[in-house]
Design a protein around this ligand. Structure first.
Ligand SMILES: *Cc1c(COP(=O)(O)O)cnc(C)c1O
Length: 362
């Protein structure tokens, strides 16, 4: 093993020993042994609390992107209309994915350093285009921003849009999601962000309205949602379920609930403020615009003008710190500190930021 780095990568994040240990068993057959079904049901009920929903939650093998694809393919047919709220790499990406499935997509476009703030544009777009689905991203991890969902939910409700699909991969478990309050029909998540489990599970909250459309669309594929509708009642899953991964996710969700959601959210906000203050004192600039909402789970910073990202990243690693760059058009221009899940912890953030400060001084 190489020297252990302080990891402040915004996913996959550090996994605690007890979560790793939960997966370390020679489990039986998840098809035959009802202990698996009990575990699955318990995991579902823990995740419901974290997402703020009574909707059923499907838990599949594969990290976040599997759930994103599964949701879109399970609900959209060619020609279906989608309005996509786009304010970052994932928002624009989901719009492209829906288009790849054959949906007709209209984008509400915002710069990558902004968050959604209603100006009537979404309302007009939805009223004119009458989409089946609105898509949005809660935390845009590559930009370090958090889109508010209340206004999008209001427009969805008032205009009778059937489906609201929200990527909460990098917010759930670090920030309140409140899927039912915001009428999220498809609440998309992965195990390796705030949940702080290994990167092998995706879980999606699915509303009754979404189940009805899923039944009609009848999409068939490894990532299909439909077989999960009756999987628990019939104890018949569509493939061999990943018992170890489910066990780790269950343990990780249990840690969050044991700590208490309010305490967890407070810890993330403290981590964000600490990270922003230290960055500011180092002369680093936030990537997000001044009036954009910053995510308590990740801070995106501009790579300083006179610094090459690759060199900075290498020096940080040589000094014991792992931080991340960004994606798409933000690559090499933006660097990110992930303070989500287990990493929303001043005991790691402080020494991590000390290393960054030392490297920047050199
Ligand atoms: C990490 C992430 C995903 C899923 O990506 P993975 O390939 O599972 O890492 C999706 N959406 C957002 C906003 C994310 O941060």
């Amino acid at each position: 093993m190489k020297k252990r780095l302080i990891s402040l990568i915004p996913g996959p994040v550090s996994v605690s020993e007890s979560v790793l240990a939960a997966a370390c068993h020679d489990f039986g057959s998840p098809d035959l042994d009802r202990d698996f079904l009990e575990l699955y049901n318990q995991t579902e009920s823990r995740l419901q609390k974290i997402l703020g929903t009574k909707n059923s939650i499907i838990i599949q093998t594969g990290e976040g992107m599997l759930g994103l694809w599964g949701a879109l393919k399970s609900c959209l047919r060619p020609g279906d209309r989608v309005v996509a709220v786009c304010s970052g790499v994932f928002g624009y990406g989901i719009a492209d994915m829906a288009e790849a499935i054959g949906a007709e997509v209209k984008r509400l476009t915002l710069p990558y350093d902004q968050t959604f703030n209603e100006t009537g544009e979404l309302e007009r777009l939805v009223a004119e285009f009458k989409p089946l689905m609105i898509t949005a991203v809660h935390c845009e991890t590559p930009s370090g921003t958090l889109n508010p969902l209340a206004e999008i939910a209001r427009i969805k409700r008032e205009q009778g849009v059937q489906l609201l699909c929200v990527d909460t991969v990098a917010s759930a478990g670090g920030v309140p999601v409140e899927a039912d309050k915001y009428q999220i029909d498809l609440c998309l998540n992965g195990s390796q962000k705030c949940l702080s489990a290994p990167p092998n599970m995706t879980f999606v909250g699915v509303s009754q309205a979404a189940w009805e459309i899923i039944s009609e669309v009848n999409y068939v594929g490894y990532d299909a949602f439909k077989p999960f509708k009756s999987a628990q009642d019939d104890f018949y899953f569509p493939n061999t379920m990943y018992w170890h991964g489910t066990a780790a996710l269950n343990a990780a969700a249990g840690l969050i609930l044991d700590e208490g959601l309010d305490n967890v959210y407070r810890r993330h906000i403290e981590a964000m403020y600490y990270c922003i203050e230290r960055s500011h004192n180092m002369g680093l600039e936030l990537y997000a615009a001044a009036d954009a909402i910053k995510s308590p789970t990740v801070t995106a910073l501009k790579v300083p003008q006179n610094v090459e990202w690759n060199t900075l990243q290498r020096l940080c690693r040589e000094n014991g710190l792992a931080i991340a760059g960004s994606y798409g058009c933000l690559a090499d221009k933006v660097m990110r500190i992930g303070h989500m899940g287990t990493q929303a912890d001043l005991k790691q953030l402080k020494p991590g930021m000390d290393i960054l400060e030392k490297v920047l001084h050199q």
